[in-house]
Design a protein around this ligand. Structure first.
Ligand code: HEM
Length: 388
């Protein structure tokens, strides 16, 4: 079966439904030619994500030295107890209060971008709104000065958006790591009310983060929080245009916004898959046994539409009694930024619908281009009409 080609990017669900029907785990080949196991059913996905025998550690010795230390210390690439320590220290700085404090800034950026959208006849929601909003929010969160965001934006675009070569990615990451090291020195000399300063200051039981760990974390936040949130906003606007009855319900009752965001996370999961895990011993899922030493990915797109878990899984339904999803993962690596992603999406979509309640697709859905690549699920562009 052809996976991860353009047809799959445009609509992965027929192929995923076939796989899910056939069994919970499948050996497939990535677009880069690497074999791995893909999990397509809900129950087995939870089983794998809760199984501490699977490891997140990936070899980093192929990477240039300037990147190795920042990547090797990232919590998404560590197992307990290292992961537990990092997550505890980082959670002490990246608190719900810090997230909530970003709300006025998110509202301000949202309103500015929404105003700018109206200056073009058929704006692209992705490049004009869904991508710049999370970028600006991450810059605010980390405390990147406004005057330094230009080059930072260019580097992060290479990493996050588009089909950059491996050499370009490594180049851009090295620039960002060098920039963060310099910024960190300045934050240490002059702490501010931002996450980088808080990460430098956090002390737990006499333990603290090293500079490499703070840099690794900053890079992880940028990579993990930017395109995913952009996809969530883009996918939500797309689905609201395709399901006008559900959009009307949100317009009539803005209290349904959180339910709408959760249902979009389920129906059009912005991270198409989790990151890789490696089996350290054989694991049995249904009738299939995956040997030790194999790479495993959960298809979040597949499991979030598992008919064994959801009635009518292909329907956007704000009233589902069987709600909930695995779009933010499960277990010890559950998304650390989920509260921020939810906050951003609720503000972005609430204000967009309030200002442009008749927003519509400017082209037929079959003409839209979805990003290719295995890990993300989002539109490359979404031309819209703001008023009917
Ligand atoms: C809609 C937006 C988002 C989605 C769908 C999403 C999805 C995910 C998923 C599926 C994982 C687990 C990966 C795995 O287990 O292999 C994860 C982890 C993570 N996410 Fe998110 N994410 C989003 C937004 C964000 C934001 C805004 C941030 C931070 C600013 C963030 C930071 C992280 C971090 C740090 C981890 C690693 C946690 C750990 O290893 O303990 N994410 N995310």
């Amino acid at each position: 079966m052809a996976l991860f080609d353009d047809a799959y990017a445009a609509d992965p669900h027929p192929a995923l439904a076939e796989l899910r029907q056939a069994g919970p785990a499948h050996r497939v080949i990535s677009a880069a030619g690497v074999p791995f196991w893909m999990i397509t059913r809900w129950d087995e996905a939870r089983q794998v994500l809760a199984d501490s025998s699977l490891s997140k550690r990936q070899p980093v010795d192929q990477l240039p030295p300037q990147l190795r230390s920042a990547l090797a210390t990232q919590m998404l690439l560590r197992d307990p107890p290292d992961h537990t320590r990092l997550r505890r220290l980082i959670s002490a700085a990246f608190t719900p209060r810090r997230t909530q404090a970003l709300a006025p800034g998110i509202e301000r950026i949202t309103d500015r971008l929404l105003g700018e959208l109206a200056t073009v006849p058929e704006p692209d929601l992705i490049s004009g709104f869904a991508v710049p909003l999370p970028f600006a929010v991450i810059c605010e969160l980390l405390g990147i000065p406004a005057a330094e965001r230009g080059p930072f934006h260019a580097w992060s675009n290479v990493i996050i958006i588009g089909d950059s070569s491996a050499a370009d990615m490594v180049g851009a990451m090295s620039e960002i790591v060098a920039y963060f090291r310099d910024l960190l020195a300045r934050k240490r000399a002059q702490p501010a009310d931002d996450l980088l300063s808080a990460l430098l200051a956090v002390v737990d039981d006499g333990d603290r983060l090293t500079d490499d760990e703070v840099v690794g974390m900053a890079l992880l936040l940028l990579v993990a929080g930017h395109e995913t949130t952009a996809n969530l906003i883009g996918n939500a606007v797309y689905l609201l245009c395709r399901w006008p009855d559900q959009r009307k319900r949100v317009l009539d009752d803005p209290g349904l916004l959180p339910a709408m965001v959760e249902e979009v996370l389920r129906m059009a999961s912005p991270a198409a898959t989790t990151t890789y895990r490696v089996t350290t011993r054989p694991i049995t899922l249904g009738e299939t046994t995956i040997p030790a030493g194999e790479q495993v990915l959960i298809s979040l797109l597949a499991v979030n539409r598992d008919p064994e878990r959801y009635a009518d899984p292909d329907t956007l339904d704000l009233d589902r009694s069987d709600g909930g999803h695995l779009a933010f993962g499960h277990g010890v690596h559950f998304c650390l930024g989920a509260p921020l992603a939810r906050l951003e999406a609720r503000i972005a979509l609430g204000r967009l619908l309030n200002r442009y309640p008749d927003v519509q697709l400017a082209v037929p859905p079959q003409e839209l281009h979805w990003r290719t690549g295995m890990l993300m699920h989002g539109l490359a562009a979404l031309p819209i009409r703001l008023r009917s």
